[in-house]
Write a protein that binds this ligand. Structure first.
Ligand code: PCA
Length: 331
């Protein structure tokens, strides 16, 4: 064989190889709404790596963080329509579509990780039934850290906050502003740091993680550990895309998802203290709310719970009762 025959043979082989590879490889997009260094995003990347390894590179999942592919509130529709095969959503964002999405955003219903897990045991089967009708299912969930109030001014009682500019991230956090006598503005996490820097936001409720992602400590000095609720992100998958995979690949996705859920719940809880320490190190005053502030917020919580039961009737009250059976001490 002369040199040019060899070269042609090599080229032909390479071509075949590439064609074979391209044929066998599936590429998926996974939009998410949070910062690249956020623990949810890191967990998504790890999930994608596990799927890649378990399938020998057959299924590549490309994570698009920070709402770069779709805005936070558009991700669910993108998955439903197949523009993305799977995507990470914040469940409470979709409460106006169906109150079930807001069950983990009811103030003071489930404030510890153990209780959040019990709440999930009641909420997810109901949600999955609803999502099946839209051709989707929940692959896995990961909770945020318990929600506390960031403020520019010190707060001893709710009345101290009157009229402040409050950043909402969901229908329920907008509704809270009304009950708390604040001025709400809805801003997704990816745009929060700019809103803080320009003074559009003087207070909001969220996790310690979001305080770090948004560099809140550069604008606001107080973080109150209200432990109000533990909202969850959920990775939704389009069932048509899932069903189109071969059985071994489906199993790899399901297994990596179970790992991601276990890992995510553990990391969320384990990092809480360290995240609050970062806020302190950056100059924030991190403390539990005063008894008065806690009592004021607890009244808001009672109103929100009763509103939720009304709008989700009759199923909602039934689900709350199921949850209370699992967690007898819950208020
Ligand atoms: N961070 C997200 C939602 C809940 C949380 O802890 C946010 O503030 O947008």
């Amino acid at each position: 064989m002369n040199r040019s025959t060899l070269a042609r043979l090599a080229a032909a082989l390479a071509c075949l190889g590439i064609a074979g590879f391209a044929h066998a490889q599936t590429k998926w997009d996974l939009p998410s709404a949070y910062a690249p260094a956020n623990f949810h995003t890191e967990n998504l990347e790890f999930f994608a790596k596990e799927v890649d390894a378990a399938t020998g590179g057959k299924l590549k999942i490309n994570v698009h963080s920070n709402a770069s592919l779709f805005k936070a509130t558009e991700i669910k529709r993108a998955v439903q329509g197949g523009q993305a095969q799977l995507g990470e959503i914040l469940l409470v964002n979709y409460e106006n579509e169906n109150p079930l999405f807001g069950m983990d955003g009811i103030p003071f219903l489930a404030t510890s990780y153990a209780n959040a897990k019990s709440l999930q045991d009641v909420q997810l089967p109901a949600l999955d039934k609803y999502l099946a009708g839209q051709g989707m299912k929940i692959l896995y969930t990961v909770p945020w850290q318990p929600q506390g109030i960031y403020s520019k001014k010190p707060v001893n009682a709710l009345a101290d906050m009157k009229g402040m500019k409050w950043r909402a991230y969901s229908p329920a956090t907008s509704k809270m502003a009304e009950l708390m006598n604040l001025q709400p503005v809805t801003i997704q996490a990816a745009e929060l740091s700019q809103a803080l820097a320009t003074g559009v936001v003087e207070t909001y409720i969220s996790s310690s993680a979001t305080g770090i992602d948004s560099k809140t400590y550069e604008s606001l000095k107080y973080f109150y550990e209200n432990q109000a609720w533990i909202p969850k992100n959920a990775v939704l998958i389009n069932m048509k895309a899932f069903n189109a995979l071969d059985k071994a690949t489906q199993d790899a996705v399901t297994k990596a998802a179970a790992n991601a859920q276990a890992r995510g719940w553990k990391i969320s809880e384990e990092k809480e203290a360290a995240f609050k320490q970062v806020l302190r190190d950056k100059g924030m005053n991190v403390q539990p709310p005063s008894a008065t502030f806690a009592a004021d917020m607890s009244k808001i919580g009672a109103i929100m719970l009763s509103d939720w039961e009304k709008k989700s009737a009759p199923q909602g009250a039934e689900l709350i009762a199921q949850y209370r059976k699992l967690v007898p001490a819950a208020k």
